[in-house]
Design a protein around this ligand. Sequence first.
Ligand code: FAD
Length: 471
Amino acid sequence: MSTTNLVWFRQDLRIKDNPALRAAAKTGRIIPIYILDDGNANDWAMGAASRWWLHHSLCSLDDSLDGKLRVYCGDPLQLIPQLLAEAKATEVHWNRCYEPWRVTRDKTLKKKLEDHGEVFSHNGSLIWEPWVNLKQDETPYRVFTPYYKNGVSLGVSEDQLSASSPKLDLVDTDQPKDKIGKLKLLPDIPWYEGFTEHFSPGEEGAEQKLEDFLDCRLDDYKKGRDYPSMEKVSRLSPHLHFGEISPQRVWQRAGEAGQQNGDENQAEHFQRELAWREFSYSLLYHFPKLPTKNMNERFDKFPWKDDASLLKCWQRGETGYPLVDAGMRELWTTGYMHNRVRMIVGSFLVKNLMQHWIHGARWFWDCLLDADLANNTSGWQWVAGCGADASPYFRIFNPLTQSEKFETAAYIKRYVPELKGLSDKHVHNPAAAPKEELENAAIKLDEDYPSPIVDLKESRERALAAYKELD
Ligand code: FAD
């Protein structure tokens, strides 16, 4: 006999390759729901940029579900039992999430639902769930390379992947047409206009982005991914975060494209980056305090300087270091920042400015379209040197030499347009540009563009001395 099943969409806003949806479709009619749950998320409620993405992603999902997605705002611990009872539904299906607050909530909900219906949770977001890729002694890996090698030896299951979307028997809804608008995910001031230049949220946008990357950029990924001026990365991160495409699908397609084009090496390198995402999720799951606590406790004694004005200069992209400023302005205007630049702006904040990495993580959380608790936390702990398999504390990126090495002139001129008139040679460091060149470019330091807010050599030595004290 056919049942009525709730499918609770969370970080899996797609129809294809969706294990929860597929399983529910096998046994009955489906009521698809999404719940905006800021209460349980608490400090980690979605930031402004993520909300923009979510709005559009839900619209796209709703279209794929013939307008039958039901959206709610509130506590799933109350709402789900209520919805199950109202609909006389017998099963609820969801794909698992790994953020500590979601794990706690879902466990409570499962217990609560014991007498109400059957709960089925599935894996829709990871290649290796955190309890699958473990060391021989069953403890979690803290170092990436052995984690990765073991993952590859475990293999990448393609069970989740399906050739076509499942046939769905969807229950009608009487929610109003502008139900997603009612969640009020979009800000009143439309500061997000730059987001659409590079991104198109939703399942179709994700697939297009993947295929476009494989066709046009995979062939030079390994080297090109380090050059912010080149468009050599996939920009799949927000799609992966919201689950608009499954990581298995991305892994599999990259492998196929690599084989077809003789780019196996490039494809492997790309898959390795996908595995960093898996590693971050494993860390977050096994060490749930990571978003606010140093993995390496020695860093608890680090003498951070709490300086709101320095933090503000960094946030606004007004540090006087063009590559740092370009990165911070790219973030603000497009909701994205290139990975190499994330490392450089991060190192600058925590090492040269000696501001706590949590300030950086919070700013990224609000501004990034791909803001992801696992990746953001491990990215920041890596940069600060206090995380698992972190960049050693003495590795302090020099934003000037990095800028020259990775040929960032075009990137800088794009995001810091007031420096456009400088030559590619001097745009990395206007403070050291010849007077005449500055005059010709109509740049007055401290009026049109700031002088450096900190001396690189001195601040580097100060950071090294502080880190040494921790030994
Ligand atoms: P590609 O190079 O095309 O890589 C493909 C995919 O692999 C990415 O979409 C991502 O899912 C994964 N990936 C690549 N690099 C990493 C990495 N270093 N760690 C984990 N996964 C990776 N990534 C986020 O998704 N969300 C974040 O909030 C986030 N915050 C970060 C903060 C800091 C300080 C740093 C240094 C890195 C952060 N990253 C974060 C990781 C990385 O910068 C982005 O995943 C990457 O830049 C996304 O661009 P892409 O999709 O074009 O990457």
